[in-house]
Design a protein around this ligand. Structure first.
Ligand code: HEM
Ligand SMILES: *[C@@H]1O[C@H](CO)[C@@H](O)[C@H](O)[C@H]1NC(C)=O
Length: 496
């Protein structure tokens, strides 16, 4: 009887009606969720379910987003999947977010892809108390290097000898510098975190670097974006995301094994590296402490993740610019020859006597703009920004491109021009130079990265002249991964 009754109702309603009803309900629910609060920065009308995802062409975000900036100005809202997002442009407003009102924007948004799989431990994606503790510890450990017997400078100089030897082996033939440079800068992090470097021919380590690279590409690409918008669905879709998750597990297990080894052969009286220092910290009893295994694992991986592709990509841009601007390369070589000569390795103390080289490195960082949208922040309290209301829980994206290319700050923003950082032959600091971001949550590796860039770049230009291979025209096209990098290229390094 009951069943019969149900069947009649079913007939009457028909599947179509039911679907229309369901869709309407979902649309209304979706609209209610997306409504902008009062005083919120203006922006394009979000579409149901997708938000403004379709307004941004993520393969090449520049032109599509350009239109939004032209229409709305320095601050506007955009809905990316489920996240209410505010985009901020220009030196003044970007500094307002990162520095002057920085305290309100110290947390990170919880992207589903990170929250589900990578947790929010570690340094890059953590928030609140745990972030504060992990960051303070990592910073002071990096600073005291100190750690073990070698200084940070010596660790980088040692690596630069291996790097120049390996490039020497290419004998002026054209080669792709990507893997060598990745391996070299990654070795600096290896040396700091677990006291060991890997040979450039070590196939296991090459494989790990490849996994790291591939993971960065997947997370930054369309699959990462789709996952963040439709996590429940994408979780089960086979393809690149599953590859990414597998890569992640392999990287994790690699670091886990190294941690286990440190536990076995560590000596509390001698701190050899970051992992030793961390294990010592874990041994201290403190109930509110965030020093535990998950955070150690993630912090170590974060140092790799944040410290490899960024520095390597900047160096790849640097070599490319040197080959494209031979007269600038020549001036760097002249400065190296007069300050350092050919017989000794560059040291960090040389930097102050080398304004031109220093200016070239800064200009490479400015124009290559490898983290164009910074790393997103989250508002932890309701905040007034440029007269608008930015409620707690809003994601903020600070557009570093708009600062590094600001027409009001740079004489020739679109031209590679080291004079941006020179005044009467002396190095000139610029307020709008913020490739490492700014404020309390700026890049944790800034000091290390600047040291690596100076020591490695100077050692390379001291030993070699970089040129395009015969009959090849080098170009400045880029690819988007974990950082914005040059498209793969081949180059020749001629010994000087
Ligand atoms: C040229 C090289 C590099 C550039 C351009 C760069 C840039 C950045 C930027 C823009 C951020 C986001 C900061 C923010 O949210 O305001 C960041 C964060 C970070 N960077 Fe770097 N970085 C570089 C190299 C390194 C290196 C070598 C390390 C390794 C120690 C490193 C470790 C980190 C970490 C751990 C964070 C997260 C900090 C936090 O959330 O508290 N970076 N970096
Ligand atoms: C970021 O800044 C650049 C340069 O000013 C601009 O072309 C681009 O449209 C901006 N992007 C966003 C999302 O505001």
């Amino acid at each position: 009887m009951l069943f019969h009754c149900f069947a009649v109702i079913w007939d009457a309603l028909s599947l179509q009606v039911l679907l229309v009803f369901l869709a309407t309900f979902l649309l209304i629910a979706d609209y209610m969720r997306r409504r902008h609060p009062k005083g919120f920065p203006p922006g394009p009308v979000p579409l149901p379910f997708f938000g403004n995802l379709l307004h941004v062409d993520f393969r090449n975000p520049r032109p599509s987003v350009q239109k939004l900036t032209e229409k709305y100005g320095n601050i506007f809202s955009i809905q990316l999947g489920n996240m209410q997002t505010v985009m901020v442009n220009g030196l003044q407003l970007v500094k307002e977010v990162l520095v002057h009102q920085g305290e309100n924007f110290l947390d990170r948004p919880k992207f589903p892809i990170l929250f589900d799989r990578f947790q929010t431990f570690g340094l890059i994606h953590s928030s609140g108390h745990s972030w504060k503790q992990q960051r303070r510890f990592a910073l002071s450990t990096l600073r005291n290097f100190g750690l073990g017997k070698k200084s940070l400078e010596e660790r980088i100089q040692e690596e630069s000898r291996f790097l120049t030897d390996a490039i020497e082996d290419e004998k002026g033939q054209s080669f792709d510098p990507h893997l060598l440079l990745n391996n070299a800068v990654s070795n600096v992090i290896c040396s700091i975190t677990f006291g060991k470097r890997f040979d450039y021919h070590d196939s296991q380590f090459q494989n790990l670097l490849h996994l790291l690279d591939e993971l960065g590409q997947i997370l930054a690409g369309i699959w990462g974006i789709l996952y963040n918008v439709f996590p429940a669905l994408m979780k089960h879709v086979p393809g690149p995301l599953q590859t990414g998750f597998k890569n992640w597990e392999q990287l994790k297990s690699f670091v886990s094994k190294i941690i286990e080894k440190h536990k076995e052969d560590g000596n509390p009286l001698e701190t050899r590296d970051f992992i030793d220092a961390y294990l010592n910290e874990m041994a201290k009893e403190d109930a509110s402490s965030s020093f535990h295994m998950e955070n150690l694992l993630q912090s170590t991986l974060d140092l790799f993740f944040a410290g490899t592709e960024t520095t390597s990509s900047t160096l790849r841009w640097a070599l490319l610019y040197m080959a494209i601007y031979p007269e600038i390369q020549g001036r760097v070589q002249a400065e190296i020859d007069s300050v350092i000569g050919q017989s000794r390795q560059p040291g960090i103390a040389d930097r102050d006597s080398m304004p031109y080289t220093n200016a070239v490195i800064h200009e490479v960082q400015r124009i290559s703009n490898i983290v164009p949208f910074n790393v997103p922040r989250l508002a932890t309290v309701d905040t007034k920004l440029a007269g608008f209301h930015v409620p707690k829980g809003t994601t903020l994206i600070t557009n570093l491109t708009s600062v590094l290319f600001d027409k009001d700050e740079w004489e020739t923003p679109n031209k590679f021009n080291p004079d941006h950082f020179l005044e009467n032959g002396q190095f000139r600091k610029r307020e709008a130079f913020i490739p490492f971001s700014a404020g309390k949550r700026a890049c944790l590796g800034e000091q290390l990265a600047r040291m690596e860039l100076f020591l490695l770049f100077t050692a390379l230009i001291q030993k070699f002249t970089f040129q395009a291979p015969k009959d090849v025209k080098l170009c400045l096209d880029f690819t988007i991964g974990h950082a914005v990098s040059p498209k793969p290229y081949h180059i020749c390094a001629f010994s000087r």
